[in-house]
Design a protein around this ligand. Structure first.
Ligand code: SF4
Length: 319
């Protein structure tokens, strides 16, 4: 987690984490606990490594430069940029902790599992060790190492389920019923890539590929009971389909991450020089968020935590 401080959305000033949390609390910007939840979450997902993951497999939504910078460069965080994502993560925590006691499902299933060797101490089939952190990973495709958590699978293990949360759209009109429920489209267009990876990881873990995948889509702030929770079936793609969709993207992303990791681990350079060298290296990575006009041009503007650093590399001010 190279987050070294916080940016105030009120003043634009940069603070140390400790001072920033106090400022946000005292100025009534955001409760200290919300910021701490984000920092804890970033720590859980961070670390200096070159792995990819299902959540960054989609070339349509993942900016390669952002992924490398976020992992290897120090930066100041505007917590509001990732609050949306944090709300989604908090839902997972609610389900994991408050929803305990279900008998027919396994939740938050780690792939690879915590115990990844047999009684003789040999690695279980398919498991490799990530040299960067000494923890287990699966090589889902040649050179593509991943680790992840499956939200839920049934105990006989025929289905997996993923939870996705979104804000209830405001444009639904007087009836409060959507003209188009985008979940129908996302289920066949956006979600199969990521979720198929989870299926492949479970296959590597349990030796059995699930037959069906579902998404529970939850609208936050919805009072429409038919829409608050909705379940969609998502097609399971073959490995060939998945590779055709994202193989090139993942290969180049893994290469960029690996190169940044090597600079980060170069003991012959002082730490400050390593940061400078990684910065120069990041300047050579394509600006996918900007070049591909991601999320209707909002990726850089609204979603990217690295935009100040990224635009500074280009000698430009952020927009
Ligand atoms: S500001 Fe845009 S181009 Fe730069 S890292 Fe972020 S998303 Fe990518």
């Amino acid at each position: 987690m190279p987050i070294i401080g916080l940016i105030s959305p009120k003043t634009g000033m940069h603070y140390s984490i400790k001072d920033g949390i106090k400022h946000f609390e005292e100025e009534g910007i955001m409760p200290a606990e919300a910021i701490q939840a984000m920092l804890n979450s970033a720590e859980g997902h961070g670390g200096f490594h070159a792995r990819t993951s299902p959540s960054i497999a989609d070339p349509e939504t993942t900016c390669r430069r952002e992924q490398v910078m976020k992992r290897f460069l120090d930066y100041y965080l505007d917590p509001f940029i990732i609050w949306d994502a944090q709300e989604g993560i908090l839902w997972h925590d609610i389900f994991e902790f408050a929803g305990k006691g279900l008998e027919d499902w396994e939740q938050e299933v780690k792939c690879p599992p915590d115990i990844y060797t047999n009684d003789d101490g040999d690695l279980l089939p398919g498991v490799s060790i990530d040299e960067a952190d000494g923890k287990p990973v699966y090589e889902i495709f040649p050179g593509i190492f991943m680790r992840g958590r499956v939200d839920k699978h049934d105990v006989p293990f025929t289905t997996i389920t993923d939870f996705k949360t979104e804000k209830f759209p405001k444009t639904y009109g007087k009836s409060n019923i959507p003209k188009t429920d985008w979940g129908e489209k996302k289920a066949v267009r956006d979600w199969p890539l990521q979720l198929s990876f989870y299926a492949f990881m479970l296959d590597a873990s349990l030796g059995k590929l699930p037959q069906r995948i579902f998404v529970w889509r939850m609208y936050r702030g919805s009072r429409e009971k038919t829409l608050t929770f909705r379940k969609f079936e998502v097609p399971l793609w073959s490995k060939e389909m998945v590779w055709a969709e994202c193989g090139e993207h993942l290969t180049s992303l893994a290469r960029y991450l690996q190169e940044a990791l090597m600079i980060h681990q170069d003991d012959t350079l002082p730490v400050k020089d390593r940061q400078e060298k990684i910065k120069n290296f990041c300047a050579t990575i394509p600006m996918d968020g900007k070049d591909k006009n991601m999320f209707n041009g909002q990726k850089c503007h609204r979603y990217c935590v690295m935009r100040d650093e990224c635009f500074a590399l280009e000698g430009k001010t952020v927009f």
